[in-house]
Design a protein around this ligand. Structure first.
Ligand code: T3D
Length: 260
């Protein structure tokens, strides 16, 4: 595992830390390589919930612009996105377990859109989200043009992306862009508690919930009702449904296996 990305397992809970604090955890090749390895670890069946955060004072400042100095004639950003950001966002969203982002500081460019691709976003009150792309002559990437308008509507997404104006965590919460803004000192404890809760959850049902929600945007009500029926059918045959019902009837906390 590259030092640019750290992973730590506690039981079924995996914490992934972006670890280039001197450059605000901006993406270079080592970071992408480390994230590919971390995603492979996240995809293993032993992992049932994932937390993504940043080392130091930032979450992630997007692409490392230091590596973009000088002649850019040979740079093919289409291929860069296809090779790095696109698979990362695709894998993150498709992960069959919940992914929490603990946004501990500024999240800019692809760093902002990486955070927003996670399932539940907690942010320190001092954190900011910045669609920084227009300031350097690029369009938003890492899925931002898809994710942000779905979260906050086209009017806000467009203004944020065309101006590069920062959004503070509390504003982001008020707009429904993130789940919650948390006092800075409380962020990691709250995120770790949520991680532990989700890692002990009915993993297949949580994965099914994600899948159903993700499919809903492009589906009719009839299609979505049928999708719910299919996924619920599978959940109904699994041990976690039996355990959930037994625990309810026995007035105790459920112990989910996460196996279905
Ligand atoms: O090229 C491709 O592959 C295409 C893909 C693009 C995806 C993208 O993400 S494009 C967008 C790239 N990111 C940005 O444009 C953001 C650049 N950074 C900033 O605007 C600011 O740093 C922040 C608003 C994020 C934070 O500001 P502030 O004042 O809190 O910190 P700072 O002083 O600007 O930065 C602290 C250090 O981190 C500084 O280094 P120094 O002076 O201490 O040696 C700064 O240069 C460095 N840093 C911050 N962001 C980046 C970075 N170094 C390299 N790349 C960065 N993105």
């Amino acid at each position: 595992m590259s030092g640019a990305v750290l992973t730590a397992r506690e039981g079924a809970a995996l914490t992934i830390t972006l670890n280039r604090p001197d450059v605000l955890n901006s993406f270079d090749d080592a970071m992408h390589e480390g994230l590919r390895a971390a995603m492979t670890e996240a995809e293993s069946p032993e992992v049932r919930a994932v937390l993504l955060t940043g080392a130091g004072r930032a979450f992630c400042a997007g692409q490392d612009l230091g590596g973009r100095a000088g002649s850019l004639a040979d740079l093919d950003l289409t291929e860069t996105l296809r090779a790095n950001y696109n698979p990362l966002i695709t894998r993150l969203r498709a992960l069959e377990k919940p992914v929490i982002a603990a946004v501990n500081g500024v999240a800019a460019g692809a760093g902002a859109n990486l955070a927003l691709a996670c399932d539940i976003v907690l942010a320190a009150k001092s954190a900011r989200f910045i669609q920084a792309f227009a300031k350097i002559g690029l369009i938003p990437d890492a899925g931002g043009t898809w994710t942000l308008p779905r979260l906050v509507g086209e009017a806000r997404a467009k203004a944020l992306m065309l101006t590069g104006a920062p959004v503070g965590a509390e504003q982001a919460e008020a707009w429904g862009m993130i789940w919650k803004a948390v006092e800075d000192e409380a962020l990691m404890a709250e995120a770790q508690a949520l991680l532990a809760q989700l890692a002990a959850g009915p993993t297949a049902a949580l994965a099914g919930t994600k899948a159903a929600l993700h499919a809903s945007g492009g589906a009719s009500l009839a299609e979505q009702l049928e999708r719910e029926a299919q996924i619920q059918g599978a959940c109904g045959k699994g041990p976690d449904f039996a355990e959930g019902v037994a625990a309810f009837l026995e007035k105790r906390a459920p112990v989910f296996s996460g196996r279905g």
